[in-house]
Design a protein around this ligand. Structure first.
Ligand code: ADP
Ligand code: MG
Length: 276
């Protein structure tokens, strides 16, 4: 039933918007408790196996950290989830019924998976407020033009988001003038305007100051529960500050998974990190 609603939304039929609204407000079937399932996913590039039988399951509302040395396959895993890379084998499901390997990148974004890349993709010449306005209007679920006036409700929504990412005082500044960390928060806010159910963040605190890193940890903790988050990160202090469950990738597979403390003390994990 969910699948049918989803398909008709993508087809953009007369009931398209209504059907999609249904999907976005709980039509995603997470009755088994998980929002994302990867099972035995393999990806190779010219014979080199970047992912080998990777299996992973993320619970609804979970904040999961994924760590691992360079080349472990972390970014490739996100590429598979977002449809940028097709697995050679294995399956990737969003909820129980949405087969990610059969959707385009745009369809996956619309289904409710947001991705933050390492380099922020904000509109530097536009103000911080305008960036959120553009992000909101880019939301395919809402049919409106770029030039339509914002309703007061929409203005409030943007203002609340700016508060949330601590950019309220910079609302009228050109985004290009923000600090590196603020640009990262702005991009996260832009993603949040689309209300993703699952948010993928690739090395979000790289290049941030200690204070910015701490604030980012607070932000992610506040998002967990309402959203499900998968955070790939090298900064172990940051991981320690937000982590509940951690997955360690090594050579394209899961090497260890469990509570942060347990993973941190796992001799196999220590060897992989020290052996670099
Ligand atoms: P991580 O993000 O954990 O550092 P990646 O997923 O970026 O690792 O890369 C995993 C491995 O796959 C690396 O050895 C990388 O060189 C290789 N790789 C990733 N993308 C491609 C590609 N498009 N073509 C060839 N090799 C790739
Ligand atoms: Mg990477």
């Amino acid at each position: 039933m969910t699948t049918i609603a989803f398909t008709s939304a993508l087809d953009g039929g007369p009931s398209g918007d209504a059907a999609f609204g249904h999907v976005s407000s709980g039509g995603l079937d997470t009755s088994h408790g998980a929002i994302l399932y990867l099972e035995n996913v393999s990806v190779s590039f010219d014979g080199f196996q970047a992912l080998k039988d990777l299996s992973l399951s993320i619970d609804v509302g979970e904040l999961r950290c994924v760590i691992g040395p360079n080349g472990a396959g972390k970014t490739t895993m996100m590429d598979v989830i977002t449809g940028k890379t097709r697995p050679d084998a294995g399956s990737a499901f969003f909820g129980q019924t949405i087969d990610l390997t059969r959707l385009t990148e745009a369809e996956i974004a619309q289904a409710g998976i947001g991705r933050k890349f390492q380099k922020p993709t904000i509109f530097e010449q536009h103000s911080v407020f305008e960036n959120l306005e553009l992000a909101m209007k880019a939301d395919k679920r809402v049919r409106r033009t770029l030039f339509a006036r914002l309703s007061s409700e929409e203005r409030d929504r943007i203002a609340a988001m700016l508060e949330r990412v601590r950019l309220a005082e910079s609302a009228d500044r050109p985004a290009g003038l923000l600090s590196h960390g603020q640009k990262q928060w702005l991009e996260i806010a832009m993603l949040l305007m689309q209300e993703p159910k699952l948010l993928l963040l690739d090395e979000p605190v790289a290049g941030m100051s200690d204070e910015e890193t701490e604030r980012t940890a607070d932000l992610f903790l506040s998002l967990a529960g309402k959203h499900s988050l998968v955070v790939v990160e090298h900064d172990m202090a940051f991981v320690a500050s937000i982590a509940r469950k951690v997955t360690v990738l090594h050579e394209g597979s899961v090497l260890a998974e469990g509570p942060h403390e347990q993973v941190q003390n796992d001799p196999r994990v220590i060897e992989v990190y020290l052996g670099r």
